[in-house]
Design a protein around this ligand. Structure first.
Ligand SMILES: Nc1nc2c(ncn2[C@@H]2O[C@H](COP(=O)(O)OP(=O)(O)OP(=O)(O)O)[C@@H](O)[C@H]2O)c(=O)[nH]1
Length: 310
């Protein structure tokens, strides 16, 4: 996965570094677990499936190791061109990482979606897989125990571990197990870096997260956000202007986002601005415009424009 790796010799003093990714059905808690591991909010989360569309990296710094976590979109049977591209993104990620965390939630029975992914993983021969039973806080100990057995029957795993990102149960252990599979090597990123995702992409994700809040089922997949420009306001050291576009696929969706007399859009803008201010540590003026890009999910040219490359 990119990065120049130092040779595994004595100069690294037992230090390990490398990449891991989480894979699992949409909504099983992959982004939340990555955030808990990294200890800060770098991937957006939402209660809606398929929130994650990019391989966002979080970096876990330990005295003896550096683990770079690649967050993948939930694997699903592709219905649109966007879906296909997401799936190929996931597949290429699986072969490039040093370890895979396969997430299955504790509070739902193992289903066809989990088995579909387990079959995909069976084809990834050389990468060790740690099976992770997530959201244990939502299940009884009995359920967790049964889920561990059910997950064990899904394939060959290096370890099977229960954890809860919500209350922190065994989150560190998940980190330890993944780190155990990393090769010896020097740190790949400077200490203190938490993500190498460009700030503009993080800002776009924060805006999309705010826009997703409370919208109906079919809309989330139609929303994309691009931050066009970020510039300090002239003569005002404490203010940054952020210019962004929110894209939808149909005029009716534009109406939903804008809301009655623009009320909804104002609320989205205010919520996103607060998050961006926290990210940048300055006051922010957010210029957010909405555009209809007809059926962008099925249009290769528009997909490229929105950053979904093939
Ligand atoms: N109670 C509980 N809820 C959790 C836990 N982890 C995640 N959640 C919730 O589950 C929902 C989905 O979490 P995400 O982290 O966005 O899931 P994901 O697997 O990354 O989802 P996609 O991006 O759609 O693939 C959110 O509402 C989270 O708050 C957990 O350990 N306990």
């Amino acid at each position: 996965m990119g990065g120049v790796r130092a040779p595994a010799d004595t100069t690294t003093d037992g230090f390990r570094s490398g990449f891991a990714c989480f894979i699992g059905r949409p909504n099983v808690g992959k982004s939340t677990l990555m955030n808990a591991l990294v200890g800060t909010k770098v991937a957006i989360t939402s209660s809606r499936p398929q929130t994650t569309r990019r391989a966002i990296r979080g970096i876990v710094h330990r005295p003896d190791a550096q683990l770079i976590v690649v967050d993948t979109p939930g694997l699903h049977k592709p219905k649109t061109l966007l879906g296909e591209r997401l799936d190929s993104l996931v597949r290429s990620t699986l072969t490039e990482v040093d370890a895979i965390g396969f997430c299955v939630p504790a509070d739902q029975p193992v289903g066809p979606g989990d088995r579909f992914i387990a079959r995909e993983l069976a084809g990834v021969k050389r990468t060790p897989i740690v099976a992770i039973v997530t959201k244990t806080d939502l299940a009884t100990p009995q359920q967790v125990a049964e889920q561990l057995l059910a997950v064990g029957r899904l394939g060959e795993f290096a370890d099977i571990v229960p954890c809860s990102a919500a209350d922190g149960f065994q989150v560190d252990l998940v980190g330890d197990l993944l780190i155990g599979h990393l090769p010896a090597g020097a740190p790949l990123y400077p200490e203190g870096d938490l993500t190498d995702e460009p700030e503009q992409v993080l800002m776009a994700e924060l805006i999309r997260e705010a826009a997703l809040e409370g919208v109906r089922d079919e809309l989330p997949h139609s929303i994309a956000v691009v931050v066009d420009d970020v510039a300090p306001r002239e003569g005002r050291g404490d203010l940054v202007d952020v210019y962004a576009h929110l894209f939808v696929e149909r005029p009716s969706q534009k109406g939903i986002i804008i809301g009655h007399k623009g009320e909804r859009l104002r609320a989205v803008g205010a919520a996103a601005r607060k998050q961006i201010e926290a990210l940048l540590g300055t006051r922010v003026y957010l210029d957010l415009r909405i555009k209809v890009l007809k059926d962008w999910q099925r249009d290769p040219k528009q997909l490229r424009r929105l950053g979904f490359y093939d």
